[in-house]
Each structure stands twice: as structure tokens, then as C-alpha cells.
Design a protein. Sequence first.
Length: 128
Amino acid sequence: MKNTLLAPAKVSKPKVKNQVKVQLREEKQVIVHCSIRGTFGLRTRIWKTTYLITEEDKKIPLLFWEGITLFPEWTRVDREGIFQFTLIFSGLPNDCKIFSMVEEIPEPGGFLVRNISRNKKDVYRISL
């Protein structure tokens, strides 16, 4: 069997640049770094039903989480001090200025932070 070399396809650089710009706009995300005052024996978790909610009541879904477990698992905090974790949500609408973070759960104790002012980086630090 004879090996055949294929010439690479030619790609128009302006076209590729435009596609990358479109993807960056479409794939924007909101990063929320959360902190909780930890006490020995504290258990915490996040539910998939955690959202950012805009002034127009649009729900922005949770995509990823780091440093905390998802319901039904628990994260044990075995030390005093500040416990930190990060939540990543889909992007907010361009016209959104203020939003809330709401954990909608069928039991008491869900996270709730109201009136978070939007910033240009869409990266936030909140205390729960």
C-alpha cells in the first residue's frame, strides 16, 4: 500500500479570526468565588438547581463547580477558618446590571445572595 500525502486545506485567516470572536462572545461565563466561615463538623454542598437570576427573572444555569460536592453528596469541613469553592454559570445577558444567586432547594438553608452588581470581568467574590 502506497502512502499518499494530502495537501492541508487552505484557511482564510480573517474567517478564522471572526469565528473565534463569535465563539468567545457566545461562550461567556460568570465565575463566582464563594466563601463560608468554616467550623469543625460543618457539612455543605451545592445543588444543580443553583442559578443566577437577572432583574427580568431570567435563570442562568450552573455549569461547573469546584471545591464543593453536588447534591446528594456532602463536603465535610474539618477545620476552623474560611472554606472556599467556585461556581461557574452560563453568561449573563449583556443588558444585565444586577443579579442574585439563588439555590432553589426543597429544604431550608439554600444559599441566597441578592443584588450583586455586575462588573466587566464577570468574576465575583461572595460570602455566604
